[in-house]
Design a protein around this ligand. Structure first.
Ligand SMILES: [Zn+2]
Length: 304
């Protein structure tokens, strides 16, 4: 499977650019049905599955020297394997599956495979689900790569882009606007509504010289000893009422919003109640990002 992934990765950039040109010229990505070629011409004969056209043999013109994947993609198909494919799915079929996942995240490839066989009046075969899954994985990688390119072109791939542009009224300035004593008014608070039980896979355990090292909370490491001496910054006692939260890994979120009610960012509260470190870390983040003239309204009585 890793070899298959590596082979796809080698072609990812070229397939992404080709998909972009095809999508631009043919937005519906309808398959191209070529006529049966002459005996002396080069072509690829392959089973193709389309949501509307069903399962049919296609003759895809192929020079033989260029990439076979490019020839298939030009015809509107994507196979599950990059080498010697025996079957391919149409792009509009994969696009439909992608849209179904967007509107119904619990929708499964198994259901879609059975839908295809039911529509085309064929017998369901288990390998169809595997083939479809592999083809969709590559299709999704192409879409993700394309999304990354668009984000880069728009300049949205820089760190904290969302924070910098979250509220136009707070973060945008008009020309010759005078600086005011308070430019940016925000508030923050925590809640325990979004809690998660501990998951083993979320603990980073690296075996180093025979010892296990656990991932440290980055927020804790930034707090000095003097600050930890403060009662509100200490961990929750096991026997306290709030100690019940210790069965949780993430106990809630600490949200920071501007005066227009637009969320600036959220911080996970990890194995603790609402402690001072969350407001302090939020303040540090805001100062680092926006500099001065910030008014951060926070009720310290909220801290446990
Ligand atoms: Zn605002």
């Amino acid at each position: 499977m890793s070899r298959l992934h590596a082979q796809w990765t080698e072609q990812l950039n070229s397939l992404t650019m080709l998909y972009l040109s095809i999508k631009t010229a043919n937005p519906t990505c309808a398959p191209v049905h070529y006529l049966e070629p002459l005996p002396d011409s080069n072509y690829v004969k392959i089973w193709c599955i389309d949501i509307f056209d069903g399962r049919l043999h296609e003759y895809i013109p192929w020079g033989g020297t260029d990439n076979c994947m490019h020839a298939l993609l030009h015809a509107g198909y994507l196979p599950p394997t990059p080498t010697d494919p025996q079957v391919a799915f149409s792009l509009r079929t994969l696009d439909l599956l992608h849209s179904l996942f967007w509107v119904a995240s619990n929708f499964g490839i198994q259901s879609f495979s059975r839908l295809l066989t039911d529509m085309h009046k064929t017998v369901f075969q288990h390998h169809l689900k595997t083939q479809l899954s592999l083809a969709f994985d590559m299709y999704y990688r192409i879409l993700s790569q394309l999304h990354g390119l668009v984000q880069r072109e728009l300049g949205h791939d820089v760190p904290d882009h969302r924070l910098k542009h979250s509220c136009p009224a707070c973060h945008y300035k008009v020309e010759n606007e005078q600086e005011r004593p308070v430019q940016f008014i925000i508030t923050g608070n925590g809640n325990t509504s979004l809690s998660w039980l501990h998951h083993h896979f979320e603990v980073l355990k690296s075996i180093h010289d025979g010892e296990h090292q656990t991932k440290e909370d980055p927020l804790v490491s930034t707090i000095s000893d003097a600050c930890l001496a403060w009662k509100n910054a200490q961990p929750i006692p096991l026997k306290s009422k709030a100690g019940a939260l210790q069965v949780m890994d993430e106990t809630g979120i600490f949200s920071v919003v501007c005066r227009h009610g637009i969320v600036q960012f959220l911080a996970d509260m990890v194995q603790s109640g609402e402690l001072a470190k969350y407001s302090l870390a939020s303040t540090e983040k805001l100062i680092g990002m926006f500099g001065k003239n910030i008014l951060f309204a926070y009720d310290v009585g909220c801290m446990s």
